[in-house]
Design a protein around this ligand. Structure first.
Ligand code: CA
Length: 216
């Protein structure tokens, strides 16, 4: 899952990014509004964390413009506990909000919920092909036993599971699983898929030649 954080306060940004990367999200950042909007419009993020008071362009304007083209889930970070800000954020197309200062564990829980709802799968567990995927604990179990997956393998399974039945192109997977700072190798995806099949069964992920991957 790939997340964009638009926040100009360096310490807060660093804390948010660290917490998200610890959960193995691919994270991009912007510290200024125009750059933030550009990135938000350029990539298909799974969620965006959006500060309101920003240099260049404020969060309200970013949200207004973004909603003309994209439905990316947005979590607004408001500077104070102002009901007017929350109402304005939700009316303006935000999906949720957090008031600063906030607890990073709560932020992570809200991000997980946003991603699930954005994929149209509001429940925190997905069962498919004999496996149970726990989106909160970020684990996959089979017959009650946890299957050891690397963070990247888990991220790949989670993305395909949230979009099950759809053929997902390699490009889309790279966009969602790797951040702007990640070094990617073209054959890495095949390696991950191969390892997942060894652990969860060869049929768990189907290959659609020339199109991408799919969990039926
Ligand atoms: Ca700010």
């Amino acid at each position: 899952m790939r997340i964009l954080v638009i926040e100009d306060e360096p310490d807060l940004l660093a804390g948010i990014v660290r917490a998200l990367r610890d959960e193995d999200y691919a994270v991009d950042t912007a510290v200024e509004g125009v750059d933030g909007l550009f990135k938000a419009e350029s990539w298909a993020y799974d969620a965006i964390l959006l500060d309101i008071m920003l240099p260049g362009m404020d969060g309200w304007e970013i949200l207004r413009r973004l909603r003309q083209t994209r439905k990316t889930p947005v979590l607004v970070l408001t500077a104070r506990d102002a009901i007017r800000d929350r109402v304005r954020g939700l009316d303006g197309g935000a999906d949720d909000y957090l008031t600063k200062p906030f607890d990073l564990a709560e932020m992570l829980a809200r991000v997980r919920a946003l991603i699930r709802r954005g994929a149209g799968k509001p429940l925190p567990r997905i069962e498919l092909r004999g496996a149970e995927i726990d989106l909160g604990g970020r684990t996959v179990a089979r017959a009650g036993e946890t299957v050891p997956l690397t963070p990247r393998e888990y991220a790949l399974v989670e993305y395909l599971a949230l979009h099950r039945g759809q053929v997902i192109s390699r490009t889309e997977l790279y966009d969602h699983l790797f951040g702007e700072d990640d070094d990617t190798m073209s054959n890495l995806l095949d390696v991950h898929v191969s390892n997942i099949r060894k652990k969860l069964g060869h049929d768990f992920i189907a290959t659609r030649r020339g199109h991408g991957y799919c969990i039926e």
